[in-house]
Structure formats: structure tokens, C-alpha cells
Design a protein around this ligand. Structure first.
Ligand code: AMP
Length: 424
């Protein structure tokens, strides 16, 4: 019989890997708490319309990457490709803006995009993201960068770079779009087919095309700077001033644009030297128009999303975030029959005290059980010998130094205490 394998572009995360995920999740919680971000969990699927309106019809994601399906009630639903539109939807649906502002939320979970899978690019991947809604303060843009940087640093990551740009707002961007179209139009033959397609619908996206022939054309493309309105230039200047004051290193990249229509003003991306073509480990920006676009009142906002698999790849590349392998506190060695029954009772008691305890389920020899205890890295073996049991005792053996001591079977609390102390 042939095996059914996992779908292309998806991953299983099991023992050996999951410990890293737990460690990272723990750090995410810690850093979010320090910045006052609270967790938001939204559904894995949403009404398709949310993403069409939120991300924009002329984006790669909406045009060709969404997992869209009809449910049995003939509603069009989409597996979420990103977390910002759902967060804004929840913000509006639960009227979160009625309390104190800004509202600071974070999420952690799977996203789905029908992309061409390769190292670091999957069809189901995980994002940790944050959204701060209800303030246009440039300091919040900067904090949306600082928080993920804090996370990267706390994991021991080095060799990453912050790139930053501004893409203006609906007042000043149309003039720039126009200039871009005028620049690219006479050079259209030299552009790749997707850039040719996007030229009139989404000319800013041409700026980050990686195709070589497009790169050559791009070299002479106009920059946004001279089109920026007073408010956008002032905002950007303040963002940079805060970054400087806080000692954050960054690189201005006038070609940096994002794949979503909702961004305004500041956009940023963090890349890691550790990764190949898919080197972005996080990206974000300000989206002052999205809340209104989705039916709310004008509400400035800013966010950031970290690609968790990519961050873990970068960390593994640097040998970072390797939690100590943990073993059980004790392996209970029995001889079958009544001794197994007794071992099951003791295991039940010890596990109830929160201790990790293992025992044999394969009727193995004592030697094989000892080997299993060693392989798991168990700190103690507890031996349920018939002779000891007949005297109401158990034999406790320290697996490191081989020292043995007898324990009173009536005093399991003492056993739990010894096992618990060695785990500290
Ligand atoms: P985006 O939502 O496109 O701005 O992406 C934010 C971050 O999510 C990127 O910087 C990547 O780290 C990660 N990411 C985006 N798409 C994928 C994907 N298909 N597979 C793995 N990670 C991804």
C-alpha cells in the first residue's frame, strides 16, 4: 500500500523540533508582555471578501495565492493568508477601539498561501504578528520594529538587517504612481511578464521584482521622496529620529514596497544573512486606511509579522535556541505481573505530582528496560523487585552515579520529593 504523504508546502513539527517552537513561543509571550501586547486568536478561515477588500484585488495574494472554497452553505470562505485583516475585523466586530488607545494585539498561528514551495517558503506557514491600532504616533512604528528585534536578540540571532522606507499616503502616492508608470511605460518590453501585467494596476510592486531584466530597468526608476506630502515626510523623519535615538541600526531602501495594498507611510523588512533567496524573517508597516476600508472610522494603525519557520531556520543555521534535551525524572523498572501493577500505581501517583515518569509497555527484560531508561536520559531508575516489594520497599538508583537507596513504599511523598528536587 502506498503511503499518503502531507500536502506539498506543508510541514509536520514533532519531537526534536517542537521543543524549539515551545521555547520560541515562550519568548514571544515574554517580549509581548513587556510591550503590553495581548494575544488575539481569530478563526483559520474568514469570508473571502475580507481579504479582497483588505489586502487589495490587484495583489499576488488575492489574485493567485488564496485557498478559497465554498462551504456547504455556498458561502465563499478563504483560509487566512495573513493576520492583519482578521485582526482589524475582530477589532471592529468587538468594538475594541472603545477602550483605551492604542489597542495592542498579537497573534501566532498558521497562514495559507498557494505559493511555489522552496526552502523557507511554504503553503502553510506560521506567523507571529502584532498590530497596534488607534494611534498615528511614529514611536509606535518604531516599537513595532523594536519588539521583533527584541525577540530575535533574545533568541541569540545575529546577522540581521532592518530595511525601511516610506510609501506615502493616498494624498501623495498617486503622483508617484503616475511618475512610475511614465517611467516604466517606454521600457515595458524589458519587463518580465508579471511586471508588464502589474504596470497599470499596481506599479509600486514593480520596485521589488527580483527578475534580472527588471532589476536593470529599476536602477533608474524615480524614488518617492520628492512626491511625499508634508505629513508623510515629517512622519518618516520622526520615525528615523526615534530609531537613531534608540540606537537601532537600519538601512534606507527606497525600493522597499510590500505585497499588500493597505500599507501607508512607513514600511519595513528584516532580513537574515543566514537564509538564501527567502531571507525575510519579518516585515510590516503602517496601515492608516485599513480600518476605514473595512467599515470602521478612520483609525491609524501599524503592524509587523514574523515568519516563524524562517526565524527558526536562521536560528538553527547559527546553532542558537537549542533547549537542553530533557529526560524523565524516573523510569520504573518492573518484572511484569504484580510488580507491573505496583509500578502502574506508583507512576499514577508520581505523575499526579507533575513528575515525568516512564515505564515499560513491551514486557522487556530488565537489561532492556535499563537501556531504555538510559536512552531517554532518565535521572533515576526505580526498581520494583519482588524481594524488595515483599518487604514494602523500592530500590531507587541514581542513573548518573549508580548510587542506590531503598524507599518505603508507604512513603511515596518522599520518593516524589527526591525526584522533584533532582529536576530543579
Ligand atoms: P508578509 O505577510 O508577506 O509581509 O510576510 C511576513 C513574513 O512572513 C515574511 O517576512 C516571511 O518571514 C514570512 N512568510 C511570508 N510568506 C511565507 C511563506 N510562503 N512561507 C514561509 N514564510 C513566509
Amino acid at each position: 500500500m502506498t503511503l499518503t504523504t502531507r500536502p506539498r508546502g506543508t510541514n509536520d513539527v514533532g519531537p526534536g523540533q517542537i521543543e524549539l517552537w515551545h521555547e520560541l513561543e515562550e519568548r514571544i509571550r515574554r517580549v509581548c508582555a513587556a510591550y503590553g501586547y495581548q494575544e488575539l486568536r481569530t478563526p483559520m478561515f474568514e469570508h473571502t471578501e475580507l481579504f479582497q477588500r483588505g489586502i487589495g484585488e490587484a495583489t499576488d495574494i488575492v489574485e493567485k495565492e488564496m485557498y478559497t472554497f465554498q462551504d456547504r452553505g455556498e458561502r465563499s470562505l478563504t483560509l487566512r493568508p495573513e493576520g492583519t485583516a482578521p485582526a482589524v475585523r475582530a477589532f471592529l466586530e468587538h468594538n475594541l477601539g472603545s477602550g483605551s488607545l492604542p489597542v495592542k494585539l498579537y497573534y501566532f498561528g498558521p497562514m495559507f498561501r498557494y505559493e511555489r514551495p522552496q526552502a523557507g517558503r511554504y503553503r502553510q506557514f506560521t506567523q507571529f504578528g502584532l498590530e497596534a491600532l488607534g494611534s498615528g504616533d511614529p514611536l509606535l512604528d518604531v516599537e513595532a520594529i523594536l519588539l521583533p528585534l527584541e525577540l530575535y536578540k533574545s533568541c541569540g540571532l545575529s546577522g540581521f538587517e532592518v530595511e525601511i522606507n516610506t510609501i506615502g499616503c493616498p494624498n501623495c502616492r498617486p503622483g508617484y504612481r503616475q511618475e512610475l508608470v511614465e517611467y516604466f511605460q517606454p521600457r515595458v518590453e524589458r519587463l518580465c511578464s508579471s511586471c508588464q501585467n502589474r504596470l497599470h494596476r499596481n506599479p509600486l510592486r514593480l520596485l521589488d521584482c527580483k527578475v534580472e531584466s527588471c532589476q536593470e530597468v529599476l536602477a533608474g526608476a524615480p524614488e518617492i521622496t520628492k512626491h511625499l506630502c508634508g505629513e508623510c515626510s515629517e512622519h518618516f523623519a520622526q520615525v528615523l529620529a526615534y530609531l537613531d535615538a534608540l540606537g537601532v541600526e537600519y538601512r534606507l531602501n527606497p525600493r522597499l514596497v510590500r505585497g499588500f495594498d493597505y500599507y501607508t507611510k512607513t514600511v519595513f523588512e528584516v532580513t537574515s544573512q543566514e537564509l538564501g533567496a527567502q531571507n525575510a524573517i519579518g516585515a510590516g508597516g503602517r496601515y492608516d486606511g485599513l480600518v476605514e476600508e473595512l467599515g470602521g472610522k478612520p483609525t491609524p494603525a501599524v503592524g509587523f509579522a514574523v515568519g516563524v519557520e524562517r526565524l527558526l531556520l536562521a536560528l538553527q543555521g547559527q546553532g542558537k535556541l537549542q533547549p537542553e534535551p530533557k529526560g524523565p525524572s524516573a523510569y520504573l523498572i518492573h518484572f511484569g505481573g504484580d510488580t507491573k501493577l505496583k509500578a502502574a500505581q506508583v507512576a499514577h501517583f508520581l505523575r499526579g505530582q507533575g513528575l515525568w515518569v516512564e515505564l515499560d509497555y513491551l514486557d522487556r527484560s530488565i537489561r532492556a528496560q535499563m537501556k531504555a531508561a538510559n536512552r531517554l536520559g532518565s535521572r533515576y531508575a526505580v526498581i520494583f523487585g519482588e524481594e524488595e516489594l515483599s518487604r514494602g520497599r523500592l530500590m531507587l538508583r541514581n542513573m548518573q552515579d549508580g548510587q542506590e537507596q531503598e524507599i518505603d513504599l508507604e512513603d511515596l511523598k518522599q520518593l516524589a520529593k527526591i525526584l522533584g528536587e533532582c529536576g530543579k
